[in-house]
Design a binder for this molecule. Structure first.
Ligand code: NDP
Ligand code: OXD
Length: 308
């Protein structure tokens, strides 16, 4: 039995090294190197090339190297007999809380505007917002959304949360799926932390933006296809949205021709809100690999019927 690592961005050696230092007894292969296909029982993947899974007749589990699993569902060679797991990791959670919090403060204090002013050598004080002026609405109150909501609430922000099922979280007003409009009408800083599924694809569109109070701000850290890019630009141009911080894009890296790059009210980061640390994540992969080997239920298993 062995693990196959499949990613195409040059980071495989970091993961192999983490296995070597934490679990040298487990055989791990880079899919680009020759390997005995019949030994592979677990594939650890990040944006894998499609069509590979069917080549591994003894494959039982596909494990995402991140929290999201949309790129596994998109692969036609993934089938319902395979188990799927994802990452739930304390570092990933803290990193996301901190990233969203940093974006909220940057927006409140107008820091991006001062960055632009610096390039013009312009010394000019601008009005800024205080916590009482902001209601932060988080779409997706799962592992990352609820932790981020709590972190912001503890700092004194007014926080709302929206998710499929209603949550009970102290200090946070929560809304279930059918109450989306009630959630939106009270939110002026919208944070997207939804998984990408057929139901959430394109959810950040003109119609949704129009339900927010005028001049709302978007912090998008979930997946590129949630956002309809032209709708955001139009909503900003009309003043319905006042700007956005966007970390994720339908095609990554973002095309150099994208209108987002040159837009003064759109602030781009390269999918870095919260990056899986191999050292931290490999420990849980090893636990699951051992559970798989001994036919025990896996941790952080994805409901493949629900899609996240
Ligand atoms: P979870 O699965 O723990 O949470 C998902 C949440 O979304 C749940 O609250 C769920 O509701 C809710 N939800 C799902 N579908 C819908 C829907 N149709 N309508 C309303 N609510 C819905 O995911 P995580 O919190 O771990 O991660 C969220 C996403 O963050 C990942 O899928 C990934 O895309 C993104 N991510 C981005 C990173 C970055 O660096 N930019 C890093 C890590 C993750 P319920 O609770 O009722 O099931
Ligand atoms: C993830 C991500 O899903 O990095 O973990 O986007």
């Amino acid at each position: 039995m062995a693990i196959l690592l499949i990613r195409q961005d040059g980071k495989t050696s970091q993961w192999l090294n983490a296995f070597k230092s934490q679990a040298s007894q487990i055989e791990c292969f880079d899919y680009n190197e020759p390997h005995p296909k019949e030994t592979i029982t677990m594939a650890l993947v990040w944006k894998q090339p499609h069509g590979l899974f069917e080549q591994y007749k003894n494959l039982k589990c596909v494990a995402s190297m991140g929290a999201g699993v949309d790129f596994i569902f998109e692969d036609p060679s993934f089938h319902q007999e395979l188990l799927m797991t994802r990452v739930v990791d304390p570092l990933l959670i803290t990193d996301m809380e901190e990233f969203v919090t940093a974006q909220v403060y940057a927006y409140m204090k107008g820091l991006y505007q001062y960055h632009s002013q610096q390039s013009l050598s312009l010394w000019q004080q601008n009005p800024y917002l205080r916590k009482k002026d902001i209601t932060i609405g988080i779409m997706g109150m799962g592992v990352l959304g609820s932790a981020t909501a709590k972190a912001l609430s503890v700092q004194g922000f007014n926080v709302l949360g929206w998710s499929n099922s209603k949550k009970q979280i102290e200090g946070i007003t929560t809304y279930e799926k059918v109450d989306l409009n009630l959630f939106l009408e009270k939110t002026n800083v919208l944070v997207c932390l939804l998984p990408l599924t057929p139901d959430t694809n394109g959810i950040l569109n003109e119609s949704l933006f129009s339900k927010l109070p005028r001049g709302a701000y978007l912090i998008h850290v979930a997946r590129g296809p949630h956002l309809v890019g032209e709708d955001l630009i139009q909503s900003i141009d009309k003043g319905q949205m006042c700007g956005a911080a966007i970390d994720v894009f339908p095609t990554e890296p973002l095309d150099t021709k994208s209108p987002f790059w040159g837009h003064s009210k759109i602030h781009i980061t390269p999918h870095c809100a919260s990056i899986s640390s191999p050292e931290s994540v490999v420990a849980q992969i090893v636990v699951n690999y051992n559970r798989l080997t001994s036919h025990q239920p896996l941790l952080n298993q994805v409901d493949t019927l629900k899609g996240y």
